[in-house]
Design a protein around this ligand. Sequence first.
Ligand SMILES: Nc1ncnc2c1ncn2[C@@H]1O[C@H](COP(=O)(O)OP(=O)(O)O)[C@@H](O)[C@H]1O
Ligand SMILES: CC(C)(COP(=O)(O)O)[C@@H](O)C(=O)NCCC(=O)O
Ligand SMILES: [K+]
Length: 243
Amino acid sequence: MLLTIDVGNTRIKAAVFEQNRLIEIFVFSNEELIQKTNYILNQYQKVKNLVVASVGNVEKDLFLSLKDKVEIHFITHESRFPFTNLYSTPTTLGIDRMVLASGAVIQFPNQNRLVIDLGTCITYDFIDEKDNYLGGAISPGIRLRYESLHQQTAKLPLLTKNHPDNFIGNSTQEAIHSGVINGVALEIDGFIKLYKSQYAKFIIILTGGDAEFLAIRLKNTIFANSNFLLESLNQTFQYNQND
Ligand SMILES: Nc1ncnc2c1ncn2[C@@H]1O[C@H](COP(=O)(O)OP(=O)(O)O)[C@@H](O)[C@H]1O
Ligand SMILES: CC(C)(COP(=O)(O)O)[C@@H](O)C(=O)NCCC(=O)O
Ligand SMILES: [K+]
């Protein structure tokens, strides 16, 4: 049994796996990391390994207090990945993006793949059919867009995500919802159009905390899976164990 932990910039997602079977998911804040992880390890005594992928603000040492309970593995740039990293700054590439790419290659072999992760940031990652990781894009996530409109202006309110009634927002709140939500949906459909201009065929995997919320607004056929990063982390760990 394995405990996977994904430390993002908004929150921590964790999942217990038995081989490739996802047993239970947990979502909690950075502050709850040790308390929640101990709770999970007490609930699942058969967990012997803990694998962590982190892009957030959590010190590695924090995990070391767990080392007498489980063997701790950090996915790092030195880990093995089932793709060739063609990023020109390979050691600055987000570990979360590398794990997503790894899962895309393992779960959807021998084809072009675009992974879109709607989290704190919206990340786009493209892996071609020869398993070359080409790169992609990083753009502000939904929450960041609402927050920046509020924080960087004198009068705009801080709103939480909501689907706009009409793309022509006829009130301040509707105009903000339209700008943020339609903006993200149009950005995603626009990027997919750009990728289509260079790659005749590719599959699209949508994940991240906002994926479910946004999926209905997207024109393109998309494989939406909110747990894709955790599944990919499990598979990347297994890939590193088999070396
Ligand atoms: N219970 C929740 N708590 C916080 N954010 C949530 C929750 N449910 C959905 N979200 C949405 O998910 C986004 C974070 O997605 P996530 O993929 O977890 O981010 P990251 O991996 O960057 O930490 C938030 O910005 C918010 O819009
Ligand atoms: C872009 C990210 C902040 C996304 O993180 P997330 O939205 O999942 O919290 C993360 O992938 C990161 O820190 N990347 C480093 C820069 C790069 O990927 O080029
Ligand atoms: K993300």
